[in-house]
Design a binder for this molecule. Structure first.
Ligand code: FNR
Length: 357
């Protein structure tokens, strides 16, 4: 049961921390470098102010959106987060149960600790598969074919982490992957490198093929019937290249500040990418979303939906599936309230005019 003292997403942090080993907590929450980008993701959202309009009828209020032919009741998805058995013994199986309870889309990491088929078998909500392009194209293709057969509806290719970031907090905590926790979806040869990467030996263990280019992205697009989404785009020109390579969507992200420090906040990167992309291709964003008002601000700056990384881990670690569902419920409720109280009761009524300039 969830105590009444948990009223907001950040209320979960202390409960979660108590339930996770310190070294695992370091992995799950750390940031690269001095954590400036991770902190600025949050601060920049908090700095933005809302300017409501009064007496806007809330008839036909709705938070529903459509992405790649799937209707989502509200624009919040679970971002891909690796190694969820570090947060909870059931790992991704608990997460997908929580997401299903509240109909939130979930992006399953390449480095999940449960087979992508078992996660899909448990899911009663749309799933997307997050892909790190593998050094051998056949290995990449095998993952994509498995995701297609298991009913995943999109492939999210993460492009901002050719190597893992170096996170000092993990180093100080001497974090290593426990032997029973593995990236089970990868071929055994790739698992070892991934484990090294996760242990902070960034160059020893690349997360994905470090020689990948936009041509590889185009090759991937040509090999799947699923929409391909590029995650980790910071630069408007890169967004255009991804679309030229055939991508159907873009996720503006700095990986929660976990790979390269001193990037701008994700919310500050968003307008440039939205401008470069135009209205045809959906742009999503993640990084620093902790409140419903944060989501309203991201939508105001052109995001079609947002994803949450650490918040799902706080819920998962503290209370398993119920915690994940509750975190999503809190954010959804806060978004509904922010929309009604700002006079923007429908998603299509949200634009930059809701921000105080
Ligand atoms: C991540 N993230 C991530 N991204 C990705 O594309 N593949 C992955 O396997 C992972 N793994 C991962 C593990 C952990 C512990 C965290 C915290 C994050 C990044 C994630 O998808 C997302 O971009 C950020 O977490 C968003 O920032 P917030 O919501 O954590 O502030």
């Amino acid at each position: 049961t969830i105590p009444p003292t948990i009223a907001s997403v950040t209320d979960y942090i202390e409960y979660a921390r108590k339930r996770v080993m310190p070294a695992a907590w370091a992995y799950l929450t750390a940031a690269a470098g001095d954590g400036l980008t991770a902190q600025d993701n949050i601060d920049a959202l908090q700095r933005l102010k809302l300017l409501p309009n009064a007496l806007q009828s809330s008839a036909n209020a709705s938070t529903a959106i459509e992405l790649f032919g799937t209707v989502f009741p509200y624009p919040i998805l679970l971002a891909p987060v690796a190694y969820q058995k570090l947060a909870h013994p059931d790992g991704e199986l608990a997460t997908v149960l929580g997401a299903s309870a509240v109909q939130a889309g979930m992006v399953v990491s390449t480095q999940a600790n449960v087979s992508l088929e078992d996660i899909a078998a448990r899911a009663q909500t749309p799933l997307w598969f997050q892909l790190y392009m593998q050094p051998v194209f056949e290995d990449t293709l095998t993952l994509v074919r498995r995701a297609e057969s298991a009913g995943y509806r999109a492939i999210v290719v993460t492009v901002d982490a050719p190597i893992s970031g170096l996170r000092n907090e993990e180093q100080r905590a001497a974090f290593v992957l426990p032997p029973h926790i593995a990236a089970v979806n990868l071929p055994p040869t790739a698992r070892a490198g991934t484990a090294q990467a996760v242990a902070g030996q960034a160059l020893a263990g690349p997360l994905c093929s470090p020689t990948s280019t936009f041509d590889d992205l185009a090759r991937l697009v040509a090999h799947t019937r699923l929409p391909v989404v590029a995650k980790g785009i910071a630069h408007g020109a890169d967004a255009r290249r991804a679309i030229d390579a055939g991508c159907a969507g873009i996720i503006v992200s700095n990986h929660g500040g976990r790979v390269l420090d001193t990037l701008p906040a994700a919310i500050d990167l968003l307008p440039g990418v939205v401008q470069a992309v135009g209205p045809q291709v959906p742009v999503l964003m993640d990084g620093g979303i902790r409140r419903g008002t944060d989501i309203l601000k991201a939508l105001a700056l052109g995001a079609r939906a947002v994803l949450i990384g650490r918040p799902q881990i706080y819920g998962l670690a503290a209370a398993g599936a119920a915690g994940v569902a509750h975190v999503l419920h809190i954010l959804r409720t806060e978004l509904e309230m922010a929309m009604l109280l700002s006079g923007r009761p429908r998603i299509d009524a949200i634009d930059a005019s809701v921000l105080w300039a």
